[in-house]
Design a protein around this ligand. Structure first.
Ligand SMILES: Nc1ncnc2c1ncn2[C@@H]1O[C@H](COP(=O)(O)OP(=O)(O)OP(=O)(O)O)[C@@H](O)[C@H]1O
Length: 626
């Protein structure tokens, strides 16, 4: 939970006010005017009522009609103004939402690294930031206006009460003070509770999402997970509900007590006023204005206190939003990034050590590797050897804990991540399948060139998916989704692709960047049939001739033509060389290659050229493939 001293609350208040003003200045000004009128109207009504009553008691003078008309106008204002306030509030809400989300997602997106996204605290904070972003600034603005309105009403009635009974002013205010303290304590507790149950709420949403996700639907049904997931979801919801019920009980107890106190003061005041009127020291009009004033002061004070507590709670919650928006990137970006010219010599990993967290074991242990310009380097190793991790360091999604990754001798930490990534084309093992059209799925690989349909088709051809896309109901404009309708009037459901087709689509996306300096293919063809894989690799070889590539595959046959093959094991490079050299060495690579080849040989012997399209002994999983 963030610190919430007065200074920090004030700073958050300033941020919220600035946001409201930027989002909807007209609505803010309009709301101020309405608040002024609404603040003055009850006092005016009370005084006008007194004047009318006194006028009637004294036989009714000439001004009575004018007073009655003024009373009517004040009553009208009291009825109409809340609706105007509601409309302005809606306007402010819509304007604020747009601005708030724009800033929130801009800030989240500005982090070029991955580590924050793998931190549960960040997700708790993000969820609360999201929630606070939806309500807090508006609540802060709304409560501030309501406090202003309450103060206006309060001042008006205090003057009134002071004229009639100064003692009563003191009693009413004294009765309101404990209520203020209680409300503030409650708002602190509410903010603490929300932080405490944030993980439960996220887990509850997670289980709920699994129960409805089309990706999970197969396993949920086949393994019969529905009841299990529902029970877990309800358990989390139960924890959340219990915490909220405790809070509500506390609120009920405290507010009930405070209301009793207020009612006792009002009753005492009324008793005194009636006695005073009976003894002739107050007029009937005085009694009416006194009763209105006691009720008005109490209502205004209660409103000020509860609005203050609401604003206080919103400010505490808003701290999460401000925290995320102002956090700065998790992965540091150089203040004056070095230039990033095209690759000329090569990329070097120099004594690279890496682990995902201080508590986690080392994943890479002193890796030294040079990827020469214009060459294809293949990474080979069993599951968990560290291949994808090495690739993520090449993309600077993380920084090495020790050592460095150098691009033509320049440390990647010194260049801007955007400049680096503009020079890369990458397919990750866990590629994304977007619920967008086929063309859009490919276009995302190069937004600048993506509007060009020919570039999209060329990438699809290179990935061997063109024919399949061309024959879809709407060709490349077909929506690839089972959860959305296509745009337009027909509400036509989208279609979806096979796992291998999705993978080719992801490959096409990366191949939108096939002229980039470094192409990284982390298992680009594991889901393809043998013939397709062969065709894809042949195509890549042709297109990438003379360009720098890093390839990862468990099908060693697909890698045999690489200029350099590197065998990773337990985070260290164990072997390196060409296919021929490694086979001659007779080490781990030769063993794995032979093992794969033997699976296809009736005699179990691995002949030359074997393993061309063999299944791996260590199959990988697809998280995004469908
Ligand atoms: N984001 C992460 N946070 C923590 N640990 C991770 C993370 N990603 C990978 N690891 C761990 O790092 C190790 C290496 O994983 P990596 O994905 O680099 O292996 P790999 O060689 O690509 O394996 P595979 O052949 O299965 O794809 C594994 O032990 C894995 O559990």
């Amino acid at each position: 939970m963030r610190d919430a001293g007065a200074g920090s609350l004030l700073r958050r208040g300033r941020v919220a006010a600035e946001l409201a003003w930027r989002a909807q200045p007209a609505a803010v000004l309009g709301s101020l005017a309405v608040v002024l009128l609404m603040g003055a109207a009850p006092v005016a009504t009370a005084w006008l009522t007194k004047l009318v009553l006194d006028n009637l008691a004294s036989g009714g003078g000439g001004g009575i009609l004018l007073l009655a008309a003024a009373l009517g106008v004040a009553g009208l204002a009291l009825v109409v103004l809340p609706h105007v306030a509601e409309y302005l509030n809606g306007q402010l809400h819509r304007g604020l939402q747009r601005l708030i989300y724009d800033r929130l997602f801009r800030a989240v997106n500005a982090d070029p690294g991955l580590s924050r996204f793998e931190n549960p605290s960040f997700h708790d904070e993000l969820r609360l930031a999201h929630e606070a972003g939806q309500n807090a600034p508006q609540q802060i603005a709304g409560s501030s206006l309501a406090i202003f309105q309450g103060v206006l009403t309060l001042l008006g009635f205090m003057v009134t009460l002071t004229v009639l009974s100064p003692v009563m002013v003191v009693v009413v205010i004294a009765a309101a003070l404990p209520s203020a303290r209680v409300q503030l304590a409650l708002s602190r507790r509410r903010a603490r509770t929300m932080w405490g149950i944030s993980s439960n709420t996220r887990r509850q949403l997670f289980y709920g999402a699994l129960l409805t996700s089309p990706d999970a639907a197969k396993e949920v049904r086949l393994f019969g997970l529905g009841d299990f997931l529902r029970a877990r979801m309800l358990k989390e919801l139960g924890t959340v509900n219990e915490a909220e019920r405790d809070l509500d009980r506390r609120t009920l107890r405290s507010q009930g007590l405070m209301s009793l106190l207020g009612a006792a003061v009002a009753a005492g005041g009324l008793f005194w006023a009636v006695l005073a009127a009976a003894s002739g020291s107050l007029s009937v009009g005085d009694v009416s204005v006194f009763v209105a004033a006691v009720a008005g002061v109490q209502t205004a004070l209660t409103s000020i206190v509860s609005q203050w507590a609401g604003a206080h709670n919103a400010l505490l919650m808003f701290g999460h939003y401000v925290g995320v928006v102002q956090a700065g990137p998790g992965l540091p970006v150089a203040a004056e990034p070095a230039a990033m010219p095209p690759l000329r010599e090569g990329i070097e990993l120099r004594d690279v050590w890496f682990r995902y967290d201080d508590e986690h074991p080392w994943v890479l242990r002193g890796v030294n590797l040079f990827i020469p310009y214009g060459k294809a380097v293949a990474l080979v190793g069993l599951n968990g050897a560290g291949k994808s991790t090495l690739v993520k360091l090449l993309c600077r999604l993380y920084d090495p804990v020790r050592g460095a990754v150098l691009w033509d001798g320049v440390d990647l930490r010194e260049v801007h991540p955007d400049d680096l990534r503009a020079r890369l084309g990458v397919v990750f093992q866990d590629y994304m399948a977007y619920d967008l059209t086929a063309a859009e799925n490919i276009m995302l690989g190069d937004l600048a060139a993506g509007a060009d349909p020919e570039a999209i088709r060329a990438a699809a051809r290179r990935a061997g998916i063109h024919d399949a896309l061309d024959t879809l109901p709407k060709g490349y404009d077909t929506l690839l989704s089972r959860i959305f309708f296509g745009e337009g009037d027909e509400r036509q459901a989208g279609v979806t692709l096979s796992g291998g087709q999705w993978q080719r689509l992801a490959l096409a996306r990366a191949l939108m960047r096939h002229r980039r300096d470094l192409l990284i293919l982390d298992e680009p063809s594991s889901g393809l049939d043998a013939e397709a894989e062969h065709a894809v690799h042949l195509g890549l070889r042709r297109h990438r001739a003379g360009r720098t590539s890093v390839l990862i595959s468990h099908r060693l046959g697909a890698l045999r033509d690489a200029d350099l093959i590197v065998v990773l094991s337990e985070g260290k490079i164990r072997e390196r060389g060409s296919h021929g050299e490694l086979m001659a060495l007779g080490g781990e690579y030769a063993r794995l290659f032979g093992l794969q080849a033997s699976g296809y040989e009736p005699s179990g012997a691995a002949g030359p050229g074997a393993g061309e399209s063999l299944r791996t002994t260590t199959p990988s999983t697809r998280s995004a493939g469908r």
